[in-house]
Write a protein that binds this ligand. Sequence first.
Ligand SMILES: *Cc1c(COP(=O)(O)O)cnc(C)c1O
Length: 380
Amino acid sequence: MQEIVDFIQKTFKTKEFIPLHEPRFFGNEKKYLNECIDSTFVSSVGKFVDTFEREFAKKVGSKYAVATVNGTAALHIALLLADVKQGDEVITQPLTFIATCNAISYIGAKPVFVDVDLDTMGLSPIALESFLKANCEIKDKKCINKTTGKIIKACVPMHTFGHSCHIEQIKNICDAWHVELVEDAAESLGSYYKNKHTGTFGRLGAFSFNGNKIITSGGGGVIVTDDEVLAKKAKHLTTTAKVPHAYEFVHDMIGYNYRMPNLNAALLVAQLEQLDGFLENKRELACGYAEFFSKMDDIKFIEEPNNAKSNYWLQAILLEDKNKRDIFLEFANKNGVMSRPIWRLMNELEMFEACQCADVTNAKFLEERVVNIPSSVRLG
Ligand SMILES: *Cc1c(COP(=O)(O)O)cnc(C)c1O
């Protein structure tokens, strides 16, 4: 145990407290923020929002990007655009951050939990297909859950810690079952599956720029799509559904105040310029961890899955069992090396206890064993 702490301290060149993930501001952050303040455009309109949307779309290879106030808001709007309505059901994984299930719940829809794969920690295409075959039927091009009588409108896989799930297979299954694929790519900017960027496999994807993500705008998110109509609707819905007019206030539906302020976009444009360097730095860190942990037979460093290129956003290890995990967490945190367990399973939280849940053996296995270790971009 001590040798792990020593290795991480050596890796980060400090004996002081080592956080799990710190943001880094090495680039044009202050310059753009100053420009923003000098121009007085700090709020809902401004050139940095437009610049960010253009540059982000280019980066991930989607036609359009619409910036939002945070990643949860991006997911919420993406689900509305996927036509998810009150009373519908949405398939997702039990092993995810709460935001995925919150966004589904804001609409009055219910999550249905399907297991993850052990190699990706993301939604399993095999589990997805067997759930659909056992529980669902297609009627009038709709996927009906025979157990509840509800429509399964969408499926939201998540690319856990930046490792792509088997998204191509998931996409094919969703298409065959008339279920809209909406990717929660909040953690996977810079991650690819077979050279295609995560978040761009379905018609809609969502990313987050919260303070702990690979790049940050303080708080922020983005919706990506190749569909011009959806992009326009996303912009409209996230900006209070205001009808363009020189001076009058006309709104044609109940919209949301979900836009990203120009101030946050200024920070984000500067961050995006540094993404490639961050990715390289994190990959180096991952290589170091992989080599170090390869010498231990009771701890496994989690590497990128086959066919995937990971951003290695949060680096993770797998311990032998829950008891060993707890001993590790206790020791590392006490010795100034921040580490934390993966999320509690969503199906076990009080709000989602009543939701339909398939066999989630893999998710449970990972929940008891996975620990995140310091993953920040290193200085110098
Ligand atoms: C960070 C994150 C989100 C979005 O979070 P915000 O804090 O609202 O930006 C959504 N899903 C997952 C899996 C996340 O990790």
